[in-house]
Design a binder for this molecule. Structure first.
Ligand code: AMP
Ligand code: MN
Ligand code: MN
Ligand code: MN
Length: 282
């Protein structure tokens, strides 16, 4: 597989198997239509879409690496770790992800109770209606319900007024540990990548600890070019990648044609002084 930095690789997106709105097949077509050469579907805490995504990519003659985005609690904050090139049939990661998903239904009921208290009824059933996979009810599905109900104009507004810390509908949750998430990915033969580092509400000191600990336990990569980063952040996290010797990844984090600002395969290329994460795949 090619390892040049300007490869149109999109190694982060979501289907109906987690909180995206398109099927793996439609995503594959969209990626290819946008010129993607190497694609990964990275549903949250779930590998159920991998076979379909790979088959669809193969049919379109597009290179594919299997993927996942694991929810992790680290220093009391939620962070996301992407696993790429994993064996999607590996028992260890399948069981780990099952445990990670486990608390979602209960959390969703508690979120709905809070929303009811601020005058928004029916949110659990409403969110479930948007969830293509009932094992993976997420805040995104609640956000779509609140938009449908006219509570907010768009999901962006929902995540400002609801579902985040100190706002109605926020329920703290204990996800996987960082060590477990990285161990599951490595155990399944994959490469662990810190997703959208620019999004975390951690101090510079805590971020430094995150990078060093992640590296110590065998984490290899970091997202530099992502739909969550500004052009300034491309530079910031490119420097982090160089400083820690991380492989650099690129992914849109595409969820939905209307909700997502960045479409599959349309981000700038990786800067050519960085080592692309796809140099690790054969
Ligand atoms: P959950 O795993 O249930 O906590 O849901 C997390 C998902 O919510 C993320 O993967 C995003 O898709 C979505 N999300 C979180 N924060 C925002 C935001 N500020 N704007 C839009 N979507 C968001
Ligand atoms: Mn999401
Ligand atoms: Mn994420
Ligand atoms: Mn994502």
């Amino acid at each position: 597989m090619s390892s040049f930095p300007t490869l149109n690789a999109d190694l982060h997106c979501h289907s109906v198997v987690s909180d995206g709105t398109l099927t793996p097949e439609v995503l594959a077509e969209r990626a290819q239509a946008n010129g993607v050469h190497l694609w990964a579907l990275t549903d949250h805490d779930e590998l159920g879409g991998q076979e379909r995504a790979r088959a669809a990519a193969n049919a379109l003659k597009m290179d594919y690496v299997s993927g996942v985005e694991i929810s992790v609690t680290w220093m009391g904050q939620t962070i996301h770790i992407v696993g790429l090139g994993i064996d999607a049939n590996h028992a260890g990661i399948i069981e780990g992800l099952r445990q990670t998903r486990d608390g979602r239904a209960n959390r969703a009921k508690l979120m709905a109770e809070q929303l009811l208290k601020v005058g928004i009824p029916g949110a659990y059933e409403g969110a479930l209606h948007f969830a293509g996979n009932h094992d993976l009810i997420s805040r995104t599905h609640f956000a779509r319900y609140l938009v449908e109900q006219g509570v907010c104009r768009d999901t962006e507004e929902v995540f400002k007024k609801y579902l985040v810390e100190d706002k109605p509908g926020y329920v703290p949750h204990q996800w996987a540990t960082l060590d477990n998430a990285v161990a599951w990915i490595k155990g399944a033969g994959g490469v662990a990548v810190i997703a959208h580092p620019g999004r975390y509400k951690l101090t510079a000191l805590q971020m430094g600890e995150l990078y060093q600990h992640f590296k110590d336990i065998g984490g290899l990569g970091i997202e530099v070019i992502t739909g969550s980063h500004s052009p300034d952040q491309y530079k910031t996290y490119g420097k982090i990648a160089q400083h820690y010797g991380f492989l650099a990844s690129r992914g849109s984090d595409f969820h939905d044609p209307d909700e997502s600002h960045v479409d599959l395969g349309t981000l700038p290329h990786l800067p050519d002084h960085l080592t692309p994460v796809w140099s690790a795949f054969h």
